[in-house]
Design a protein around this ligand. Structure first.
Ligand SMILES: NC(=O)c1ccc[n+]([C@@H]2O[C@H](COP(=O)([O-])OP(=O)(O)OC[C@H]3O[C@@H](n4cnc5c(N)ncnc54)[C@H](O)[C@@H]3O)[C@@H](O)[C@H]2O)c1
Ligand SMILES: [Zn+2]
Length: 343
């Protein structure tokens, strides 16, 4: 078991990798009420392992990541007479953590909360870092807050019930962490693909820990994404556009986005071609797609609507080498010229 700390402006956050959900009570205040928020799948599969508490259940799928779901949680909290001393625990994937984290951050101007992350993506990415929000009017994560959970528990045994395409979603973010920050980690992933795919407990604990170390370090340096944290968007500029146009899963779209960003990096930083091929090969071995499934024109249209765009330019994450990245301002016209010429 490993514990890491994030020192956020809203307070400290403790991330415990390898802890079990059965120990959750040890992280909760002994006085005051506990309310759990989860989704229907997690409740069905793991509800018997929850501690004694009131449970609010939400549905599943990105379409329910709305203010209406947040309102449902508020209504239930009011019905349960939850007050400012009520502690909310979200038990679920990134979606439950985002929706419940936002509800907890705003109900009565904020009540304390923690997460038990139940998907690989939530453990290595979504639950860590204090960003909580929902989609609005067709824009992803358009409304939200920065507010750190008191704790994040990553119980690796919960991953045993995760469908393989959900595992793949998390693997894309894991490769991203290694590609932007840590060559040794990249080498280690390459050397242990079969164990990672089997979710071998020892191996996956090491992987989740290394990813959380990276994410926690970045967030500690730049909680509100004014600089360094932007690097975590590697592969996401094109990835989000592809996700929007194709309906591919987030991890699949980010996998393709990373390959395109690696191509573009060659032009910007001289990122070597053989390193791009290495990245591409690893993603393929992990069962992730790497080829662009749509016309460049469609991606460009979606890029124009990127909420992270500032005027005509985007902060684009390029690789210098495996394990080293830089953020560069890039115009839509430059991306357009590159995509048209390269694909
Ligand atoms: N806040 C952030 O910093 C941040 C970062 C990355 C992603 N996100 C958000 O996270 C969300 C995606 O997270 P996700 O991939 O965890 O999706 P998810 O929460 O939708 O979970 C995926 C599916 O797996 C099911 N599930 C969860 N745990 C399970 C388990 N242990 N066994 C079996 N099934 C299980 C869920 O019910 C759901 O059907 C997106 O909304 C994304 O925007 C947020
Ligand atoms: Zn992502």
């Amino acid at each position: 078991m490993n514990t890491l700390r994030i020192q956020g402006q809203s307070g400290p956050s403790e991330i415990v990798v390898g802890e079990r959900i059965e120990s959750l009570s040890a992280y909760l205040p002994s006085d005051g009420r506990i309310v759990i928020v989860t989704d229907t799948n997690v409740e069905r599969l793991h509800g018997h392992r929850f501690p004694e508490a009131e449970v609010i259940t939400i549905g599943t799928g990105e379409k329910i990541k709305t203010l209406e779901s947040v309102a449902h949680i508020y209504r239930e909290l009011i019905r349960l007479e939850a007050d400012r001393f009520t502690f909310l625990v979200a038990i679920g994937g990134g979606l439950v953590c985002d929706v419940a984290g936002f509800a907890a951050s705003t109900y009565m101007r904020g009540i304390p909360y923690g997460f038990v992350a139940t998907t690989l993506l939530a453990q290595v990415d979504a639950s860590v870092g204090g960003k909580n929000g929902v989609n609005f009017s067709g824009f992803k994560n358009m409304v939200g807050v920065f507010n750190q959970p008191r704790f994040v528990i990553c119980d690796l045994e919960l991953l045993a019930t995760l469908p393989s395409h959900e595992v793949a979603n998390g693997l894309a973010e894991i490769v991203k962490h290694a590609a932007i920050y840590d060559k040794d980690y990249f080498d280690a992933i390459e050397a242990s693909v079969p164990l990672i795919e089997q979710l071998d407990l020892g191996c996956i604990e090491d992987v989740v820990h290394r990813s959380v170390v990276i994410k926690a370090q970045v967030v500690n340096r730049d909680e509100k994404e004014a600089g360094e944290r932007r690097k975590l968007n590697f592969g996401h500029t094109f990835g989000h556009a592809i996700e929007k146009c194709t309906g591919l899963a987030h991890g699949e779209a980010v996998s393709i986005g990373m390959v395109i960003a690696a191509h573009f990096s060659n032009q910007v930083t001289g990122f070597p071609r053989r390193e791009r091929e290495r990245l591409e090969k690893l993603l393929k071995r992990l069962g992730l797609p790497t080829a662009l499934p749509i016309a460049p024109h469609d991606i460009l249209q979606a890029l124009g609507k990127d909420k992270k765009r500032q005027g005509d330019s985007l902060h684009f994450v390029c690789l210098e080498n495996i394990g080293r990245s830089v953020v560069r301002p890039v115009t839509l016209a430059e991306l357009s010229a590159f995509l048209t010429a390269a694909f």
